[in-house]
Design a protein around this ligand. Structure first.
Ligand SMILES: Nc1nc2c(c(=O)[nH]1)N[C@H]1C(S)=C(S)[C@@H](COP(=O)(O)OP(=O)(O)OC[C@H]3O[C@@H](n4cnc5c(=O)[nH]c(N)nc54)[C@H](O)[C@@H]3O)O[C@H]1N2
Ligand SMILES: Nc1nc2c(c(=O)[nH]1)N[C@H]1C(S)=C(S)[C@@H](COP(=O)(O)OP(=O)(O)OC[C@H]3O[C@@H](n4cnc5c(=O)[nH]c(N)nc54)[C@H](O)[C@@H]3O)O[C@H]1N2
Ligand code: SF4
Ligand SMILES: [Mo]
Length: 729
């Protein structure tokens, strides 16, 4: 007997619906796109199609591992948790709670465990040494949104399906399938934009597949987007093209700041001709409905926060913020109102480099400093959940060494890999198909309001869910007994019944609690969030509940995005802050950059459709072919540097020998290397055959985007030489 299961793909931000066929042993025999999903409508990519292979990868860990010296052994769950308890106790008794650090990796933004249990675990550990992949990714966007709109999650997304003009910088959704813009079949949506007469302009140092699909591709020198964006702002003011549709604070400050960046000046610096900058500004202002969207290429750069800020400054100045076809704020089914309180960064600072906290985290670029530098508060123990910073963080090899010196390390991860090999205890989460799935984070960035829940498709066969693993860690750290879920449910309900206008104001907590559905505490918490959420049965907004989602396994369309201002604004003024002082201050750094001589060659990253950061190289059909770790380089540079076959790339931090891939799709003076490779010491047998090199052996943890502390992966100065250098005497 085979069975059919409908599930959301958990692998990237596109949240595609999948239809899987399982045989009676629970093995996946086929994976197709779910044609009945109202959002993804049957779209699937090669990674989603490999979900079964990935899920049943024989190299995945099935039992906890405990390391004694160099030796690993499988252990039972109770024994593994006891080892964690003992290790934590030994470290905190000697060095205090600040000596414990947590690193949350990218998949924890996709799992229910990450969304619902990482927070309580961190709280129980009682440390401020919190790190995550966010500071090697999107922290600049959170900081810009926090300062402009008052909330780090108030991130407007391009209204892809209705816009007439999309200016896209530093994103390549034909490979990545989109980010901070949840849009299954992003490629199809871009084609539809063009088919309805809209225009797509792509700014990228490489002519990517996305750029090739667009109407126009503009080469930009890596790391200079903030200049280019300021050039556009400058032109809007100079040509009297500013059309505000909302009241804002700080318009004059923005106009003044932009005066330093006229098109001819930024043109020289960015490599974008001044006349192109002026034309793009006019096009943006002239389009009926336009959106500016910028992603990782502009975030993981020296002026990442300024670039993210200027993106929304442009959206505001052209009247496109919060209107159909412009950029809009999604309304997710589990969002909770949130209080109005000023957003700040730097509520505390890192011990060694004094870098500011943002969103309760410290920059991953300073994790090694905190582990290596002796003194009070030195990190001695690390808990990683779903992360591989040895391959993903700037100067990964330094972390590799630092991790080896920790007193104790616990990793929640399905693989023994470059990072987790330093653990003393590895706790593997169960298979994807044994886990429930709800995209708490990503549905808040969706280009249509939409919701879908996938319950576990297979029983747990005696293993704890990842939710259980994290809640058990939280209980170990807090020393408390009891049920974490019931505690959270009680607290949430108590607050809701006390909140005027909550929809359950004045009602009885016990009665509400008894009404919750769900097979597990995790599902009961989801039910609670759905019922209290904006479309929920208890908020007066609709009839959403867990039951309703279980009855609609293909997901529910909740309609197109709608204007949400001023409701989403949480600034103290209640207005859009167009010129937050922290950002205006950083403009000085940007101005100083104009004086600097640009490096002759700079490094940028690259994503490939059949890859995903560091952890999908163990599935045969996904690796090989065009998905290889090569250095893309312009043929003119190949000739100039007399390269052949392989090259040696050097940066301030490291040196790699890499096969070159000459291509005129990349700008002269720019080379591109994908990250997530450099497999070593991992139990992933397929990945080991396609090891590649670690791009983050070249990136520099001492260079950061100042306001957000974000890592810089694009625009890294390097030198390149042939592998066989003939030394002249
Ligand atoms: N040079 C350079 N570096 C980069 C980037 C770049 O563009 N260039 N991009 C950056 C970005 S955007 C990101 S998000 C980071 C990613 O950085 P990380 O999150 O540190 O790295 P990943 O490679 O995503 O590692 C994911 C880990 O989670 C594990 N895992 C997979 N599924 C699960 C699960 O369900 N539960 C648990 N517990 N673990 C799971 C995998 O085995 C793997 O060990 O990399 C960053 N690094
Ligand atoms: N297939 C696949 N999908 C993924 C991932 C993956 O590894 N593989 N990773 C997931 C993750 S964690 C994330 S965060 C998202 C990221 O999603 P995207 O932001 O779409 O990521 P990329 O495909 O890396 O696209 C970034 C683009 O920026 C360009 N670029 C580099 N430097 C600069 C610069 O200075 N200025 C400008 N304007 N452009 C620049 C690069 O050439 C590249 O084309 O993708 C997610 N989806
Ligand atoms: S695009 Fe992303 S969500 Fe969709 S099938 Fe591929 S990996 Fe899964
Ligand atoms: Mo990311």
């Amino acid at each position: 007997m085979t069975s059919t299961v409908h599930r959301t793909c958990p692998l990237c931000e596109a949240v595609c619906g999948l239809t899987l066929t399982l045989d009676e042993g629970g093995h996946v025999t086929s994976v197709r796109g779910d044609g009945d999903d109202p959002f993804s409508k049957g779209f699937i990519c090669p990674k989603g199609a490999s979900l079964g292979r990935l899920d049943e990868d024989p190299d995945r860990l099935r039992k906890p591992l405990i390391r004694d010296g160099e030796q690993w052994r499988e252990a039972g769950w109770d024994e593994a948790f006891a080892a964690v308890e003992q290790g934590l106790k030994a470290v905190t008794e000697r060095h205090g709670r600040e000596s414990v650090a947590v690193y949350l990796g990218n998949p924890s933004a996709h799992t229910m465990a990450g969304a619902l249990y990482a927070g309580p675990m961190i709280k129980s550990l009682g440390t401020r040494n919190i790190f995550s992949a966010s500071t090697s990714d999107q922290m600049p966007k959170h900081v810009a949104s926090g300062l402009m709109f008052g909330h780090p999650l108030a991130i407007p997304v391009p209204d892809l399906d209705r816009t007439d003009y999309l200016l896209m910088l530093g994103a390549n959704p034909l490979e990545s399938n989109g980010s901070l813009c949840t849009a299954p079949d992003f490629p199809g949506r871009l084609k539809a934009l063009r088919a309805r007469g809209g225009r797509l302009v792509v700014v990228d140092p490489r002519r990517t597949r996305t750029a090739a699909l667009g109407d126009e591709h503009v080469f930009v020198r890596p790391g200079t987007d903030a200049y280019l964006l300021f050039g556009l702002v400058n032109t809007l003011f100079a040509e009297d093209l500013v059309r505000l549709s909302h009241e804002v604070n700080g318009l004059d400050e923005v106009r003044e700041a932009a005066k330093h960046f006229p098109p001819d000046v930024v043109g020289r610096h960015t490599g974008v001709p001044a006349e192109v900058i002026v034309r793009l500004a006019r096009e943006l202002a002239g389009a009926r409905r336009a959106a500016v969207y910028a992603r990782i290429g502009t975030c993981t750069a020296e002026f990442g926060t300024l670039a993210q800020w200027l993106v929304d400054v442009l959206n505001v100045l052209t009247g496109n913020l919060d209107r159909p076809g412009g950029v809009m704020f999604p309304k997710s089914a589990t969002e909770s109102g949130g209080r109005r309180r000023p957003y700040t960064v730097g509520r505390w600072r890192s011990r060694v480099r004094g870098l500011p906290e943002a969103n309760g985290e410290l920059p991953v670029a300073t994790l090694a400093d905190e582990i290596e530098t002796p003194g009070d508060g030195q990190i001695r123990m690390l808990v990683t959940v779903a992360g591989n910073p040895v391959l993903s963080a700037p100067n990964g090899p330094r972390l590799d060494t630092a991790f080896a010196g920790l007193d104790f390390m616990v990793c929640v991860d399905p693989y023994l890999n470059e990072t987790t090999r330093h653990a003393h205890v590895i706790l593997p989460p169960p298979r994807v198909l044994q886990s429930g799935h709800y995209d708490f984070a990503l549905l808040g960035f969706a280009v249509r309001n939409y919701t879908r829940y996938s319950p576990p498709a297979l029983p747990l066969d005696g293993r704890p869910s990842e939710a259980r693993i994290l809640s058990r860690l939280a209980m170990i750290a807090s020393g408390l007994e009891g049920d974490l879920d019931e505690f959270v449910i009680g607290q949430t309900l108590a607050k809701a019944v006390d909140t005027p206008g909550s929809g359950v104001e004045g009602r009885d907590v016990a009665e509400l609690r008894a009404a919750l559905d769900g097979e597990s505490g995790t599902e009961r918490r989801l039910d609670l969030m759905l019922r209290l959420g904006p479309y929920g049965e208890w908020s007066g907004g609709g009839d959403l509940s867990l039951r309703k989602l279980l009855d609609n396994p293909h997901g529910l369309d909740l309609g197109p995005l709608e204007p949400r201002l001023p409701e989403v604004l949480k600034t103290a003024s209640g207005l859009i802050e167009l010129a937050p002082p922290q950002l205006v201050e950083d403009v000085e750094r940007l101005r100083a950059g104009l004086e600097r001589e640009p490096a002759e060659i700079v490094l940028i990253g690259r994503r490939h459709l059949r890859s995903n950061n560091s952890w999908m190289h163990n599935v045969g059909p996904l690796v090989g072919g065009s998905n290889r770790c090569t250095l893309q380089i312009n043929p003119a540079d190949v000739a100039r540097l007399a390269l052949d076959g392989e090259a040696v790339v050097r940066s301030a931090k490291g040196e790699l020998r890499v096969p070159i891939e000459p291509t005129d799709t990349i700008m002269p003076g720019v080379v591109s290397l994908p990250h997530g490779w450099g497999h070593a010491g991992s139990s992933q047998s397929v990945a080991a055959e396609h090891a590649g090199v670690n791009a983050n052996a070249l990136t520099d943890e001492t260079t950061i985007d100042v306001p957000s502390g974000n890592a810089v992966f694009n625009g890294v100065p390097v030198t390149i030489s042939p592998t066989a250098v003939i030394i002249a005497h």
